[in-house]
Design a binder for this molecule. Structure first.
Ligand SMILES: NC(=O)c1ccc[n+]([C@@H]2O[C@H](COP(=O)([O-])OP(=O)(O)OC[C@H]3O[C@@H](n4cnc5c(N)ncnc54)[C@H](O)[C@@H]3O)[C@@H](O)[C@H]2O)c1
Length: 229
């Protein structure tokens, strides 16, 4: 699980814009900035998520270079004292990008800033085989949340009945679990997805020899049939 800060950091920081340097060259610039309140908020969300999962939280930053990351690390470490049952570790983002490919199973929950989370969550999606496999939840302190697949509208395969529906279906599971607190129904959706995959059914993006190729609609109806059971 990647917990990504979504409303701060370099995508929103000021000053930002275009300028001219002292050599008269055009420049573009942005600001990576985080306040204690922003870091504490996302850290608590991440610790809560980790507590419900495997109890391990890895905070990803670039604290060897960036002041915003130094503050990030300091605050995440401070918040850890509120969650003694969660094991906290820290990792630099370049190493995390490599470790995700080398040994993804070492991670349980990752918490990171907006830009690192943007990149690492896309990288993580490929570990599952396809961007069509991963759901996401965008949650504020007091709802409502937004639950959607991490992928976009896939215009290059629109209308071809071959998109992978699992990320969208699993987004409904996240809605039930993290939005509505109905964990039992979420588990039924996840189990239906797992069983469909265990039965060998695959859309084209994750199809390999020995598995059963099926269309978006066929895949979707298989999962829903299992859920109805
Ligand atoms: N969260 C979001 O709302 C979100 C995220 C990414 C892109 N977008 C938007 O979606 C549109 C298309 O963007 P893009 O093409 O860069 O990204 P995309 O995620 O739509 O597609 C990227 C690649 O992944 C493939 N893909 C995506 N979903 C898939 C699925 N379910 N099954 C199989 N393959 C899948 C696509 O065919 C494409 O090759 C843009 O308008 C973009 O702004 C929205």
């Amino acid at each position: 699980m990647v917990v990504r800060e979504l409303t701060g950091g370099i995508y929103f920081g000021k000053p930002r814009g275009f300028g001219t340097n002292d050599k008269g060259e055009e420049t573009g610039f942005n600001t990576e900035i985080y306040s204690v309140a922003e870091i504490d908020r996302i850290a608590r969300v991440a610790f809560e998520v980790a507590r419900k999962r495997g109890g391990k939280l890895c905070s990803v930053d670039k604290a060897n270079v960036l002041e915003a990351s130094m503050l990030w690390r300091k605050r995440v470490t401070a918040i850890a004292s509120e969650f003694p049952d969660v094991e906290l570790s820290h990792m630099y983002v370049d190493n995390a990008a490599m470790q995700l490919v080398r040994n993804p199973k070492q991670f349980d929950t990752i918490v990171t800033n907006n830009i690192f989370g943007d990149i690492l969550s896309d990288e993580a999606s490929m570990i599952t085989g396809s961007i069509g496999m991963l759901p996401s939840a965008s949650v504020g302190e007091s709802g409502p949340g937004l639950f959607e697949p991490i992928h976009g509208s896939a215009p290059d395969i629109a209308g071809q009945d071959k998109a992978n529906p699992l990320a969208t279906i699993l987004s409904a599971a996240m809605l039930l679990k993290y939005g509505l607190g109905v964990e039992s129904a979420a588990k039924r959706i996840e189990a239906a997805v797992t069983e469909t995959l265990d039965n060998g059914f695959r859309t084209g993006d994750i199809h390999s020899p020995g598995t059963l190729h099926c269309s978006l609609l066929a895949h979707q109806s298989r999962v829903l049939r299992l859920f109805d059971k």
